[in-house]
Design a protein around this ligand. Structure first.
Ligand code: SAH
Ligand code: TMP
Ligand code: ZN
Length: 408
């Protein structure tokens, strides 16, 4: 189902945008030359609902335009993320005592970064993944995957065909789905009475703190907080009982979710819930300030790029992230400003960035290019990339961080 613009997608309350980022292409929509003419743009405006406090992109493209057989994000590109999800899987298998009689369902399983660990541990699992190219990659790792958009209907089919789940995983996926009520209605049907859902995604509190406005784009149409997520969950007889924070993707929150009353809330969950309210997550002035800080960050980047160009020094981009589309298009940066972006994803190399059409080149060529400056669009992988490109700083190169600040 598609939604009426001007109303909260969660609770149908009227919403009005507090910020307009202008026309935006699809963040993961890397193009070949023949795709320029028909490139799709939407108006990227953001709002926070006054009733349920969900931070949301007001208008988003049809999901089929974003998740399909040419989806560009392959989660296992980062070794750190591979390790992160391996650790998560091992802990969940231990804590929830999962074995060959259990069932794990993961949505947005992508290239199998997480489910491969359950396959190796012989815990039965199934992935739901509408982007068929990444789903195929997961299948090559021995994972069972359905090429589908998860919703209430898919959940009912799963219950009939494979039974109820002990564990439901959605990492970096719940902010991609327009009809989130249908997803949680499905989770309600699918989870066993003592089943657990684990959701993890970039945390609104971290985005506000770092001014990492590049976390916002159509595929990231929500920035969740404990407050907003619990409001959605309450509509479906579900609730958060525990949380954990981590530094991945610039600051994520992991939420442990269960049927209402199935587990007691932990101290750390209650503490963080109070903390975010004190930080102003429910107040309009927080978002007004955020908008001003985004504008400041944009002006700083645009000025830095102009200064570098005027001084005749060489500047490139590093990490053709979906996030970079928000920065490049909001800051009106062009191929004249950034002649190329280096990236390690085979699928993106030889293509052009969405909107500005900046060529994407293999990361191995970065060393030969010897730029003076590199805008690190994949700032969330700073350590991994800086370790790989040690020579860059050693020979006087400078990383330019395109957001407010790097996570400490
Ligand atoms: N879980 C991985 C990948 C996240 S990318 C990680 O944490 O890194 C988000 C994935 O969600 C994409 O592969 C996308 O195709 C998928 N997705 C989008 N809408 C979905 C839906 N309705 N149901 C299931 N998966 C969906
Ligand atoms: P992400 O921030 O959405 O995870 O995307 C990271 C992008 O950066 C992805 O296109 C792959 C690229 N990348 C590199 O080019 N080199 C690296 O070492 C890593 C970790 C990522
Ligand atoms: Zn709402």
């Amino acid at each position: 189902m598609r939604f009426k613009p001007g109303f909260c997608r969660i609770c149908d309350h009227p919403i009005s945008p507090f910020m307009d980022f202008g026309d935006m292409p699809i963040g993961n929509g890397f193009l070949s030359l023949d795709g320029f003419e028909t490139e799709y743009f939407y108006k990227m405006k953001v709002a926070v609902c006054e009733r349920c406090f969900t931070f949301q992109v007001v208008e988003v493209p049809d999901p089929k335009k974003m998740f399909h057989s040419n989806y560009a994000y392959f989660a296992s590109t980062s070794h750190y993320m591979v390790k992160h999800f391996q650790e998560m899987s091992e802990r969940l298998i231990d804590d929830l005592k999962l074995d060959e009689n259990s069932l794990v369902v993961e949505i947005g399983c992508n290239d199998g970064i997480t489910l491969k660990n359950f396959v190796e541990a012989r815990v039965p699992s199934i992935g739901i993944e509408p982007s068929s190219n990444v789903a195929e990659k997961a299948r090559s790792k021995g994972i069972k995957v359905l090429d589908k958009f998860f919703n209430l209907e898919t959940a009912n089919t799963l219950v009939e065909e494979v039974g109820n789940a002990d564990l439901f995983i959605a990492t970096n996926t719940m902010h991609h789905i327009e009809d989130i009520n249908s997803v949680f209605a499905g989770v309600k049907e699918l989870l066993k009475p003592k089943g657990v859902m684990v959701q993890e995604d970039p945390y609104l509190g971290d985005m506000l703190k770092l001014v990492s406005y590049d976390q916002i784009y159509a595929e990231h149409m929500y920035l969740w907080s404990i407050t907003s997520l619990n409001n959605v969950l309450a509509r479906h007889g579900l609730e958060i009982f525990d949380i954990e924070r981590n530094k991945f993707h610039g600051g994520c929150m992991r939420y442990y979710i269960c049927h209402k009353g199935a587990f007691s809330p932990t101290e750390q969950f209650l503490k963080q819930q109070n903390k975010e309210v004190k930080l102003g997550i429910k107040e309009a002035k927080t978002y007004h300030k955020f908008r001003l800080m985004c504008e400041e960050s944009r002006d700083k980047l645009v000025n830095k790029v102009s200064e570098i160009r005027e001084s005749g020094k060489k500047i490139v981009g590093y990490g053709a992230t979906a996030k970079s589309a928000t920065i490049i298009n909001y800051c009106n940066l062009t191929c004249e400003d950034i002649p190329c972006i280096f990236d390690s994803t085979d699928f993106k190399q030889g293509k052009y960035s969405p909107g500005a059409h900046i060529p994407v080149l293999p990361a191995e060529q970065f060393k030969d290019e010897k730029p003076d400056f590199a805008i690190l669009f994949a700032w969330n992988h700073f350590k991994e990339i800086n370790d790989k490109e040690k020579d860059f700083e050693r020979y006087g190169g400078e990383w330019v961080i395109p957001i407010g600040q790097l996570p400490k």
